[in-house]
Design a protein around this ligand. Structure first.
Ligand SMILES: CC(C)(COP(=O)(O)OP(=O)(O)OC[C@H]1O[C@@H](n2cnc3c(N)ncnc32)[C@H](O)[C@@H]1OP(=O)(O)O)[C@@H](O)C(=O)NCCC(=O)NCCS
Length: 144
């Protein structure tokens, strides 16, 4: 039987060259048809929910316990998101306070498998608060 010409390993996903220094990939997800609006673009609210989940990854690690989103300080939809886009969420810690952590999140879409390219679709700043068992702010105890 002839050998398949399909490579066994898929090519590595490209990382956007312009991702800010210090950011790390915290999540990847692909929107589904249920996530689009009447125009055929992905709902902004769906993207916001994904950014909230992705933004919590680094603060949760640092806080070593429960956290809650206290604020979405900035949210910019730079480009529409479409079905078939593979979304990568890059995050970095922007500020650490007494009980709160602010995170900068950038969302990049990998689109058009025939000629793949990366587009920055969203950027946001969100703040999370470390909370105790009663849901009250607690001081962060940061270790090296
Ligand atoms: C998060 C919560 C416990 C904070 O309680 P609070 O009494 O408002 O707390 P404080 O006013 O002491 O603020 C706590 C921290 O949040 C920061 N903060 C509050 N509002 C903020 C805002 N709009 N932007 C940025 N930071 C903010 C404060 O500066 C403080 O940070 P610091 O201790 O590092 O200086 C409370 O607001 C809450 O339960 N909110 C609902 C959370 C929620 O349901 N989120 C959605 C689902 S996770």
């Amino acid at each position: 039987m002839a050998e398949s010409s399909i490579p066994l390993a898929a090519p590595r996903l490209a990382s956007p060259a312009s991702v800010p220094e210090g950011s790390e990939l915290v999540m990847r997800v692909m929107p589904m048809p249920a996530d689009v609006n009447a125009n055929g673009d992905v709902f902004g609210g769906w993207i916001m929910a994904q950014v909230d989940v992705a933004g919590a990854v680094l603060p949760a690690r640092l806080a070593r316990g429960r956290i809650a989103t206290v604020a979405v300080n900035e949210f910019v939809f730079k480009q529409p998101v479409s079905i078939g886009d593979l979304l990568s969420f890059y995050a970095r810690i922007a500020r650490i306070g007494r009980t709160s952590i602010t995170v900068h999140v950038e969302v990049w879409a990998e689109r058009n498998p025939a000629d793949p390219h990366l587009v920055k679709v969203t950027q946001a700043n969100l703040t999370y608060v470390a909370i105790d068992g009663q849901g009250q702010p607690r001081a962060l105890l940061l270790k090296d």
